[in-house]
Design a protein around this ligand. Structure first.
Ligand code: C5P
Length: 220
């Protein structure tokens, strides 16, 4: 079964406070995009990678990740994933992996694909939540303490039978999801978890980038 990984990399990354889109920010001398695509190929579990970037950066991205196909993304992450799905051709299995998770261990990527090959329809890497979590009102008053034993923090790559992901996107034309598995859940699909990895952390803020920089230096 052909496995195509879609890499949404068309976000502006404004929370990072830099003047380049997040996927093009350098980490230890390589862009986040190069790290993410490199990890996917290094897993040995992915046949093809499609990267979705801002319109004006399509050519630049092609020179950074020559093994990947590069297409323009969209205004929202869901639009970017739709553009990737349209370019994925006849893939039977699809991964969706944020460019913002550059240090994702290849072994974790292989775990997601192995679970799909074992028959799962939708697979997400998940980690237990370390902090106690409270539900609060908009002005910060505590309403409840949520039992964290039931909670998981979810990472990417998320893996799908391609038909199930396409159907979930078709069923929710205007939906804005931060999480592709959420669309599959809403469409009635079953989503399973595999163990995530702290190294698959998402870079959102300048602090995250500093942490990733330290980890990248340790790894080299
Ligand atoms: O902004 P956030 O970190 O949630 O974005 C997650 C991923 O989705 C990033 O890799 C970002 O580049 C991508 N994205 C996209 N198209 C958008 C918005 C975000 O590909 N319009």
């Amino acid at each position: 079964m052909t496995v195509v990984a879609l890499v949404p990399a068309a976000g502006r990354g404004t929370r990072l406070g830099l003047d380049v889109p997040k996927a093009f920010v350098a980490l230890h001398g390589r862009s986040l995009l190069e790290w993410a695509v490199g990890g996917l190929f290094a897993s040995g579990a992915v046949d093809d990678v499609v990267v979705m970037v801002p319109d004006e950066l399509v050519d630049g991205a092609r020179s950074l990740v020559p093994r990947a196909r590069v297409v323009p993304g969209g205004a929202e992450r869901t639009d970017s994933v739709r553009a990737g799905l349209a370019a994925a051709g006849r893939a039977e299995l699809v991964l969706v992996h944020d460019a913002a998770r550059p240090l994702t261990p290849p072994a974790m990527i292989a775990r997601v694909v192995a679970s799909l090959r074992g028959g799962a329809t939708a697979v997400i890497p998940a980690l237990p939540v370390a902090d106690t979590v409270k539900r609060v009102t908009p002005d910060g008053a505590v309403v409840a303490t949520v039992d964290r034993a039931d909670l998981r923090a979810v990472q990417t790559p998320q893996g799908f039978a391609a038909d199930a992901l396409r159907a979930a996107y078709d069923a929710a034309p205007g939906e804005l999801a931060t999480d592709d598995a959420g669309l599959v859940e809403r469409a009635g699909g079953t989503v399973v978890t595999v163990p995530g990895d702290p190294l698959a952390m998402k870079i959102t803020t300048a602090f995250d980038l500093r942490v990733a920089q330290a980890l990248a230096e340790e790894q080299r």
